[in-house]
Structures are given as C-alpha cells and as structure tokens.
Design a protein around this ligand. Structure first.
Ligand SMILES: C[S@@+](CC[C@H](N)C(=O)[O-])C[C@H]1O[C@@H](n2cnc3c(N)ncnc32)[C@H](O)[C@@H]1O
Length: 209
C-alpha cells in the first residue's frame, strides 16, 4: 500500500541520522548569503518552508531574526530540529506542521517578508500541487517580499530520498512563478553530500512586484 507524503518524511527523519541525510549541510550556505542580501527588517516574518532539521533556523536566530517560522510536513523533522536547537533557541521559533500542497495553519500567516525553500518545491511533480504552492506563496508574501529558492539544477539528480523530483533552471523557475516574481539573482551551486558525492543545485532570489 502506498504511504502518504507525511508518512514518507516522518520515516526518513525517524530512521536516519540527521547529519547523514543526503541534503544535510553543517552551514546553510549559500542560503544564508542570499537571505542576508534581501536585507529584510529583523522583526519581519520569515518562513523556511520544508525546513526539516536544517541548520538554517539556528543561523537565523543567531543573526537576530525575531519572527522565524519553520514549516514542515513532518512533525518528526521539526521535533529533531527543536532538539538540535535546544530549548532557549527553540522557543524563539514559530513551529508549524503543515503540507504546503494542502495548507491549513500556514494560511494564518500574513505579510511574509522572506520565504526560503531549499530542496522542497522540486518534490512537487504534480502540476496541481505546484499551482497550489504558487498561489499560497503569492498570497502570503508581502509586496516587495523576497523568495529564496533552491532546487536541483537541470543536470541534477532525478530522484532524492527515493522520490522523483522536477529539475529547474533559474529561467524555468521564473517562467513558472510568473510576472509578479522578478528574478534578482541566481547561481549554480555544487552541493557536497555527506557521502562525498556532489549534487548540482540552482539557487534563485526573486522579489515580488
Ligand atoms: C530534502 S528535505 C530539505 C530540508 C531543508 N530545507 C534543508 O535544506 O535541509 C525536504 C523537506 O521538505 C519537507 N516537505 C516535503 N514535502 C512537503 C510539503 N508538501 N509541505 C511541507 N514540507 C514538505 C520534508 O519533510 C523535508 O523536511
């Protein structure tokens, strides 16, 4: 019997050591650099969509961002993220368990100044799911707000964590997002996995017009 997306991700985070996952990075780079360049006020709402057990949240708290939302379909991932941060930092984060393709709690957010997504959107291989994501993003991101999105590049892997992915270039992401999202910058980045292998990513930074 097929398992749900949530069951899939809960199992991944239950079974594996966080630092051995094929997307683990000890430092969230280049995401952190792209986020800094957005220069949003430190008190404004920032969403890390599909944050998992990423080290980015810790970086954001240490960089004095005061309104950080860690959103993930997997409560197991967020539980591990909280444990990693420790109580003092964890209480400074807003934790939301939600599926971006069938959102509920996340719809309570408004005037999001910065939306970060590393290695989440590319799992949406169904057109309806992609459109749902885009409409939620458009709705929640404030005017002039930023989207920092990283996906597998066109020459990247076709699967991750046993799931098929859709690969992108900066241009194809831009085409998908539409006129309201202006591409500010993009870069290709070769991510080294814990196994030592490399995975080509494309990093993009858009601003909502
Ligand atoms: C490959 S991991 C990347 C995690 C993190 N962004 C990072 O860079 O370390 C993908 C993450 O997206 C989450 N995810 C997958 N589908 C999702 C969905 N539909 N809604 C919200 N989160 C989702 C997974 O639970 C997982 O934590």
């Amino acid at each position: 019997m097929a398992i749900s997306k949530k069951e899939h991700w809960d199992k991944i985070y239950t079974d594996g050591s966080a630092t051995q996952l094929g997307w683990y990075e000890p430092k969230s780079f280049p995401s952190s650099a792209l986020i800094e360049r957005c220069a949003v006020p430190k008190h404004s709402p920032i969403v890390d969509l599909g944050s998992g057990r990423s080290t980015l949240i810790s970086h954001l708290i240490e960089s004095n961002y005061q309104n950080v939302y860690a959103v993930d379909i997997s409560n197991v991932a967020l539980k591990k993220a909280k444990e990693f941060l420790g109580q003092e930092q964890a209480t400074q984060v807003n934790w939301i368990v939600d599926d971006i393709t069938n959102p509920d709690a996340v719809l309570g957010l408004q005037n999001v100044a910065l939306w970060h997504d590393r290695a989440v959107f590319h799992f949406l291989t169904d057109e309806d799911d992609r459109q749902k994501y885009r409409s939620v993003l458009k709705e929640l991101l404030m005017l002039d707000g930023f989207l920092v999105m990283a996906t597998f590049a066109l020459d990247g892997a076709s699967k991750c964590s046993g799931l098929p992915v859709q690969r992108y270039s900066a241009e194809s992401l831009s085409d998908f997002l539409g006129d309201r999202f202006k591409l500010v910058e993009s870069l290709e980045y070769s991510y080294q996995m814990p196994s030592g292998n490399f995975r080509p990513f494309v990093y993009t930074r858009f601003q909502k017009a």
